[in-house]
Design a protein around this ligand. Structure first.
Ligand code: CTP
Ligand code: CA
Length: 226
């Protein structure tokens, strides 16, 4: 019933979603990445479209098909993802950052494949820019939502991230918990605010998590833009 009442509550809104992993190439054939499937972000894109939003979906490599109507920007590296997000940000109302951005990239990407016969390989890794923090620094009256996967001290660490990155809230999950995290169709998350308030949600499908987070974002947007 709530879904019917809130139908098209995102009409006229522009939602930016990041999804999937990023790939940081060491040389033309080897990269650093992570197991993110993109499912959570694609679910947010699908629900935002169904609720009437314009959706820009910036996705790292994923086998998923974008929901019809989404403006899909396919990227590989964190630097490409950042550029695509920054380019869209001016017209965005709600940003939902589900991407598992690789934290490091090679300081120097080799143009040639290194033969393993050359022996051990040392690679200098440098930190990637924080896309969330960059968008958060020029948030204005937008709503910005993040995700965090933590193995320990989850609420505290997630609240710290929400605060540092200027997020309205962050959805915390644990890689070890059944029905949560990478790859699956369900997710069990806790909403954490920058000040450390926590609200545990039941195990839900990723589409249901998407709807709930969009409910919160719409409420936040209305509160700011009154
Ligand atoms: N994020 C981002 N850009 C990065 C890293 C993270 O936009 N370079 C976003 C993620 O999409 C997510 C949130 O920030 O919404 C939290 O990601 P997480 O990896 O947990 O945060 P980090 O600051 O990278 O902290 P950690 O060292 O624990 O990985
Ligand atoms: Ca990280």
């Amino acid at each position: 019933v709530q879904r019917l009442l809130s139908l098209k509550d995102l009409a006229g809104r522009h939602v930016l979603v990041t999804a999937g992993p990023t790939r940081e190439y060491l040389d033309p054939v080897r990269f650093i990445s992570n197991p993110s499937s993109g499912k959570m972000g694609f679910a947010v894109a699908e629900r935002a479209l169904a609720r009437g939003a314009r959706v820009t979906l910036v996705s790292g490599p994923s086998h998923l098909e974008a929901p019809p109507g989404a403006e899909l920007v396919r990227v590989e590296s964190a630097l490409e993802m950042q550029a695509a997000c920054e380019a869209a940000w001016d017209s965005v109302d709600i940003g939902v950052l589900t991407a598992a951005v690789a934290d490091y990239r090679a300081a120097q990407r080799s143009g040639e494949k290194q033969a393993k016969a050359a022996g051990p390989l040392s690679v200098e890794l440098v930190p990637n820019p924080d896309i969330a923090a960059g968008l958060g620094a020029r948030k204005g009256a937008r709503v910005l939502v993040g995700f965090a996967m933590e193995t320990h001290a989850g609420v505290e660490r997630a609240a710290g991230k929400a605060s540092r990155k200027n997020l309205d809230f962050i959805l915390l999950n644990y890689p070890t918990r059944e029905g949560s995290g990478f790859g699956g169709d369900d997710n069990e998350v806790t909403l954490v605010t920058p000040s450390g308030e926590a609200q545990a949600w039941p195990r839900l499908s990723k589409l249901e998590v998407a709807d709930r987070l969009l409910d919160q974002a719409v409420a936040g947007l209305r509160a700011k833009q009154q």
